[in-house]
Design a protein. Structure first.
Lengths: 483, 452
């Protein structure tokens, strides 16, 4: 354990956050709003970050333990400083609310405690959405792309922050890998923005929603989320989130001209299959049940189903209607999608489709071994054998996922809310989705939850986004020992 | 540059470390996940599981964009095959490790007919290094420039060194007429480019550039005993021993080789009728004494086991006057070797990684560069670089005293028409001269780079 190195990383991240606040600051300038919202936090971040960054050691190796710890600490620190604009603006008075909102932003969850967005300063709304964009690909990945704070082993930071059962580089160098990732991310964001602008979305809305869609976060700028946008705009947003829910490795492969390899990717196929099946089932269910909200015929039902399936399975959480009025079968499908999530190595959350793929194959393998105990069987993903350690890790990960969800449900249930709100709030927070069912539904928010629940849900969002270990590692005593 | 390395053992990972530190993009391929995990967890490289001669794996590892392809697996045949495939696919530079003595005769064939850029044979390199050290037992390390006449010698200053307490100017004065130059000193782990007023102390490691003949005279003047070893006792009949015995017997030295494997003994006996081959346990001290350790000029344990080599070397050093040279395969303890009571230690794997890294550096400098040789010492911060002077008006035709040289750099020699001269203030570098530069600055790629 090397406290100075960790200090340097956190310091660097704080400085970066201060720089990133220039964007909402600019927005505030354009709209003639109160500037202290961002100036004060920037000064604080600059001061603390500067001190931490410049007293620390250079040229140290980051081992995986330090990668985990600094990732966990960085995310918590940045959430604590990132929440300052909310408090200074007076939009929130309770620090726990502000923390919840900021964590929800960074982890690309999109769960909000705010009830009236349209009355907030534009700069603050942009900061909220920008948090998604920063957290989507990861702040430390960004740092790795532009700063050199450790010898050669910066990949351990990228690894701790990236999602999926196997994190591998795209190019041999860690910083180049981070640059490639952010390059693709930025390019795709720009394309999304341009498409939204072509579809005549107002500039401010388009920028914020691009950030939210790119990070698969889900913060909107209107009180009804996306319901008042045109169908074309909704389709564009949803398509964008579906693209951001795909592993960025595949985009890299396509850029490299290895189109075949990208198309043959099992995770992508499973991801699209889940999307298609869920959409079809929900469309049919919506049509069959005809529960009074169905209007516009089968095409409209298809659009509503596709939008909600896309936004939930990529763990974005945009809303175009109140799904609390949906038939139970469709609701249930959405809850399952919250758990399965998007692809590994994307900006989406959930367990990840690739883990699902591994576990299904592992199940198949166990089954075969039960029937014929002498059999030796390896599982293959994309035609490559998977190490047993990966299967073991994935199994443990899935168990931990469920374990934390169940424990959190227990704590949140103290609030005495209905079953659906209690359970879906936790699943939604852990999967970084945003909305659930009940008062925290697609059109609702989390303002009525108690402080304890908000803290637990904030923790769940962080644990879910960082895939459990970076946050948990901080609570293990051994991690902090110098040996 | 983009490098692909096949084989992630000691050589491969050491090479990857050097190349990464030099700023190259490195992909490594190995057929064992464990080796890959170790390297990828440690270094900024991309790791790929698979066989180095599997075109799919190679392409995945980025062969298409590779500038240099290096195969250093334990199998010569695989290395050659992988290089051939890489060559065929991309026309990049290829380097193969080939160790089998049988193939070592075919190096020229591999290069010319098969188009492999470089064949590297660590065992043979180690043998040559040991052989040179036996010619100059007083030195702890010796390297040759391209033409083989000018050498870089590293001497550990012991008590018998007559110039202790004297400045370099005095030493130069004493050696007037010989072409020698003390150009670098390592003192307590610190690398120093010495000036004329620098005073030598006991325990320094001094680097001398000189001609082959003059180094002998320098050592004589300095009071350092330097009698080439004639009676040589070697333990272990492995590959290094093979190349070493071959060199020694050609020179007419008396060589005795001990091994406890009858098959190897027979093999050596078939190949080297001039050498004495002894069957027995070369790590047993009584047995060694019986085989004439006390009367040997040099004792060289070269078994396959590092620990055995070190133990017998330490024993021999304590109980005999022989020059003791041994080799160590593991690379991670190289900084500890200096603390051992052994005259010289040869590290074939590091040697191999280092030579490839030099080759890459020279290639990186590009066709426009005239970097001829580059030596890097792992235990010091120096680089010794040999350049061929081009018609650069900033450097050529000007007396050395008028060149504004960088502070951390010394001009250690000018080789003009195969004659070496120690540069003085009035020396002039001419076009097509070879210029030797000693510097602590890494990555010097051209002669004009030595100017302020």
């Amino acid at each position: 354990m090397n406290p100075k190195l960790i200090g340097k990383i956190i310091g660097g991240a704080l400085l970066l956050e201060a720089v990133l606040m220039l964007l909402p600051l600019g927005c505030s300038v354009v709209h003639g709003e109160d500037l202290k919202l961002f100036v004060i936090p920037m000064l604080i971040e600059g001061a603390i970050g500067g001190i931490l960054y410049f007293i620390a050691d250079k040229d140290r190796d980051i081992v995986s333990r330090e990668g985990f710890i600094s990732t966990g600490l960085t995310w918590i620190t940045l959430s604590l400083t990132g929440m300052l604009p909310f408090l200074i603006s007076g939009a929130m008075t309770n620090p726990i609310d502000a923390f919840f909102e900021t964590v929800s932003g960074f982890t690309t969850t999109g769960a909000t405690v705010l009830t009236d967005l349209e009355s907030l300063p534009k700069g603050l709304l942009m900061w909220r959405s920008f948090l998604h964009w920063i957290g989507g690909m990861g702040i430390l990945v960004f740092m790795s792309a532009i700063m050199h704070f450790a010898r050669g082993s910066q990949i351990n930071l990228v690894k701790a922050e990236s999602t999926g059962p196997i994190v591998s580089k795209l190019v041999p160098k860690a910083d180049s890998t981070a640059k490639v990732l952010y390059g693709i991310y930025t390019a795709m964001s720009v394309i999304t923005l341009i498409i939204l602008l072509i579809l005549k979305m107002p500039l401010f809305d388009a920028i914020c929603l691009t950030f939210s869609a790119a990070g698969t976060g889900g913060f909107g700028v209107l009180n009804d989320s996306c319901a008042s946008y045109t169908i074309a705009q909704q389709v564009a947003l949803n398509t964008a989130t579906m693209f951001f829910g795909v592993s960025f490795t595949l985009y890299f492969l396509i850029l490299m001209g290895k189109f075949k390899l990208a198309v043959k990717n099992e995770e992508l196929r499973l991801y699209l299959l889940i999307f298609a099946l869920a959409t079809i089932f929900i469309t049919v269910d919506l049509m069959a049940q005809g529960d009074g909200t169905v209007n516009g015929g089968p095409l409209m039902a298809l659009h509503r189903a596709a939008f909600n399936v896309g936004t939930i399975m990529t763990t974005t959480g945009f809303a175009i209607e109140d799904c609390n009025y949906w038939p139970g079968f469709s609701q249930c499908i959405l809850v399952i999608l919250m758990i399965s999530g998007a692809c590994a190595g994307s900006t989406g959350g959930g367990i990840k489709v690739s883990r699902l793929n591994i576990m299904l194959k592992a199940f198949n393998k166990e089954m075969a071994i039960h029937l014929r105990p002498e059999q030796v069987k390896k599982i293959h993903i994309d035609g490559k054998p998977v190490e047993d350690s990966v299967i073991r890790n994935t199994g443990t990960f899935c168990f931990l996922w469920m374990f934390f969800i169940i424990m959190s449900i227990l704590v949140v249930s103290i609030d005495g809310k209905e079953w659906n709100a209690t359970i879906t709030s936790v699943i939604s927070a852990f999967g970084n989705v945003g909305p659930g069912f009940g008062e925290n539904g697609t059109m609702g928010n989390y303002s009525s939850f108690s402080n304890l629940s908000k803290l637990v849900l904030s923790a769940d969002m962080l644990i879910g986004r960082l895939e459990i270990y970076p946050i948990l590692a901080m609570f293990k005593r051994n991690t902090w020992k110098c040996f | 540059m983009n490098a692909v390395i096949v084989g992630c053992g000691k050589v491969g990972s050491e090479l990857a470390r050097t190349l990464v530190n030099d700023g190259h993009s490195v992909s490594v391929i190995d057929n064992q996940q464990k080796s890959l995990d170790e390297v990828a967890g440690d270094l900024d490289v991309m790791a790929f599981l698979g066989n180095g001669a599997d075109i799919e794996v190679l392409e995945e590892a980025g062969l298409d964009d590779a500038d240099i392809f290096i195969s250093v697996t334990t199998s010569d045949e695989l290395n050659l095959l992988a290089c051939l495939m890489a060559k065929e696919e991309t026309r990049c530079e290829t380097i193969a490790r080939v160790r089998n003595p049988l193939y070592s005769k075919e190096v020229e064939y591999f290069k010319e007919k098969l188009g492999i850029s470089k064949i590297i044979n660590p065992e043979s390199l180690a043998a040559v290094e040991i052989f040179n050290l036996l010619e100059f037992p007083a030195l702890s390390r010796i390297d040759f420039f391209e033409d083989g006449n000018v050498i870089i010698a590293v001497l550990h200053v012991g008590r018998e060194f007559r110039y202790i307490g004297q400045s370099l100017e005095q030493i130069t004065g004493d050696n007037r007429g010989t072409k020698t130059l003390v150009c670098a000193v390592v003192r307590n782990g610190e690398s120093i480019i010495p000036r004329g007023d620098f005073v030598i102390r006991e325990g320094d490691d001094i680097t001398i550039v000189a001609t082959r003949e003059d180094i002998r005279r320098f050592l004589k003047n300095a009071g350092v005993k330097n009698v080439p070893a004639d009676n040589i006792l070697i333990v272990g009949a492995g590959t290094i021993s093979y190349y070493l015995v071959k060199l020694l017997t050609q020179k007419g030295k008396r060589v005795r080789v001990i091994d406890n494997d009858m098959k190897k003994c027979n093999y050596f006996s078939e190949h080297f009728p001039e050498a004495e081959v002894i069957f027995g346990d070369g790590t047993d001290r009584r047995f060694l004494a019986k085989q004439g350790l006390m009367r040997a000029d040099a004792f060289i344990p070269l078994t396959g086991i590092d620990e055995e080599n070190l133990v017998t070397a330490t024993y021999a050093k304590s109980y005999s006057d022989a020059k003791v040279i041994t080799k160590i395969s593991r690379t991670d303890m190289s900084d500890l070797i200096k603390t051992l009571n052994v005259d010289s230690v040869v590290l074939p794997k590091l040697l191999c990684a280092d030579i490839i890294a030099q080759y890459v550096r020279a290639k990186e400098a590009g066709a426009g560069s005239n970097l001829a040789t580059l030596y890097r010492y792992l235990d010091s911060a120096f680089e010794i670089v040999e350049f061929k002077a081009d018609a650069d008006k900033r450097v050529t035709g000007i007396p050395v005293k008028d060149l504004k040289l960088k502070k951390n750099l010394i001009l250690a020699g000018i080789i003009s028409n195969k004659t070496y001269t120690v540069p003085t203030g009035n020396s002039v570098i001419k076009e097509n001269d070879y210029v030797i530069v000693v510097t602590t600055e890494k990555g010097l790629t051209s002669l004009s780079g030595m100017l302020e």
